[in-house]
Write a protein that binds this ligand. Structure first.
Ligand code: UDX
Length: 448
């Protein structure tokens, strides 16, 4: 812990699990560098303040109805939050700024998705630094949207899905960070707002590291013209378990203790995705037919029109003892570090992708939307640490699982994954790229 700097940082998370974890970790990292930390969060999906006695918490009303909060269209929800939180955040920050009994506020650090916070910070003459919970490659793909529209890749045409995006190779049109359930113009506007408000900010923090995303980081530096700080992987400095919004079921760790080394497929699709009943059946049958033990996170509500496990195939749950373990939510970082895990079947949310890379676990990639598609393409084609599951169909699922768990292809992937794991560890050591970038970030924050 460094000597206190006499400066306060205000962090504003975007209220979803995959965004809360990294920004809370960032708070811990910067607190260890001597800053005082204030977190302003929405009442909705807020982390438990009692887990963070060193942080000062303030809550704002996000002004969303229960229906609006449950909207499965995440893009619509992002837009609403950007409108409804502006006044409450402004009021809360103004009050904090007027409180002279506390250390002065050096800057506001807010999520890339919360583009409205730039205008609020400007109005209050506060420096804003953007925190991106996704990777650098997906960020540079977002920054390329105007070019993609100009070149005719966007709006998306079904006949073009397999086409290579030459300017962003090896991404194909279907790997672009899009969301299917959203009107294209609305989505492009949101992306442009997020990108443009980052350009006008004072700096860009990423949960990534140079060795992983060097070309994209160089593009961002050039495109944005602001300092870029890849200081990840965050969770290797501070784990995220305390910021979990759902209770992590620890019983799966004792189940894993009973399994052979590298024998288990860990299956989890993050905090936001949902599958159709038909897809759930294919996943269940594919897992069964692969004959590999599995640990499967089935989050309540993650099957459309089903509360939890009602849609599972007949007899599947009864026979579970022999083949697998199902939980509502797992201690994921602990699971991925467990010696029994042989592969991670993932939706490629950025946190999951990075957590898997840090443990050298090969991935089976099944992206759903937005940056997950970019991440999956890089996992398979650039870093070579996973395979893409092209169809949610039991025969293909069985073949892909067997390939990764039992065949030479899997061994080769595991070899590359272990090399990448080593790089993810080294960058945090003294003199490593993320270590140095964190020092630069601390100086940047402290400079007037
Ligand atoms: C989303 C996006 O997909 C992601 O790309 C973006 O950058 C942040 O928001 P999400 O879909 O939830 O997040 O996925 P992911 O980024 O992987 O984050 C999930 C987090 O929940 C991870 O930190 C993971 O460790 C944790 N988790 C997941 C658990 O603690 N338990 C579980 O059972 C599953």
């Amino acid at each position: 812990m460094e000597q206190r700097k006499g400066q306060r940082l205000v962090l504003f998370p975007f209220p979803f699990q995959g965004h809360i974890n990294p920004i809370i970790q960032l708070g811990n990292i910067l607190h260890s560098k001597g800053f005082s930390i204030t977190i302003i969060c929405t009442n909705f999906n807020s982390p438990n303040p009692s887990n963070y006695p060193d942080f000062d918490f303030h809550f704002i009303n996000e002004n969303l109805s229960e229906d609006e909060k449950c909207n499965p269209n995440i893009v619509a929800l992002i837009q609403l939050i950007n409108v409804r939180c502006a006044q409450p955040l402004r009021d809360c920050l103004a009050e904090l700024l007027s409180n002279v009994s506390k250390e002065p506020i050096a800057c506001l650090i807010s999520d890339f998705a919360c583009h409205f916070t730039q205008a609020v910070a400007d109005e209050l003459k506060l420096k804003r630094i953007v925190m991106r919970t996704g990777g650098a490659t997906s960020s540079s793909a977002y920054a390329a949207f105007p070019l993609l529209r100009e070149k005719g890749y966007l709006p998306l045409q079904d006949s073009q899905l397999e086409k290579l995006v030459v300017e962003l190779a090896p991404l194909r049109v279907k790997d672009l960070p899009l969301h299917d359930s959203c009107a294209p113009d609305e989505y492009y506007q949101l992306v442009d707002d997020m990108v443009n408000m980052t350009r006008t900010s004072s700096g860009f923090i990423l949960n990534s590291f140079e060795d992983l995303e060097q070309p994209a980081l160089a593009t961002l530096r050039q495109e944005f013209g602001i300092p870029v700080f890849p200081i990840g992987p965050f969770h290797k400095r501070f784990p995220a378990s305390l910021s979990s919004l759902l209770t992590q079921d620890q019983s799966c760790i004792s189940w894993l203790d009973k399994q052979g080394p590298r024998s288990v497929v860990y299956v989890s699709f993050g905090s936001l995705t949902a599958v159709y009943e038909m897809e759930l059946l294919e996943i269940a049958w594919g897992l069964t037919n692969s004959k590999q033990p599995f640990l499967w996170v089935v989050r309540p509500g993650s099957t459309i029109n089903s509360d939890w496990l009602e849609a599972m195939p007949k007899g599947f749950l009864e026979a579970l003892d022999e083949r697998g373990c199902i939980v509502m939510w797992a201690p994921q970082q602990e699971v991925l570090a467990h010696p029994a895990i042989g592969a991670f079947w993932t939706h490629n949310g950025w946190n999951s992708t990075l957590e898997s890379i840090c443990e050298g676990v090969p991935m089976i990639c099944m992206p759903f939307f937005m940056d997950q598609r970019v991440n999956a393409r890089y996992v398979t084609e650039v870093w070579g640490v996973g395979v893409q599951l092209e169809k949610r169909e039991r025969g293909m699922i069985e073949r892909v699982i067997k390939g990764v768990m039992m065949e030479e292809e899997g061994e080769e992937i595991r070899g590359r994954a272990l090399i990448l794991k080593e790089k993810a560890t080294q960058c945090l050591h003294e003199g490593g790229s993320s270590y140095q970038s964190l020092d630069s970030l601390v100086s940047h924050i402290s400079s007037p």
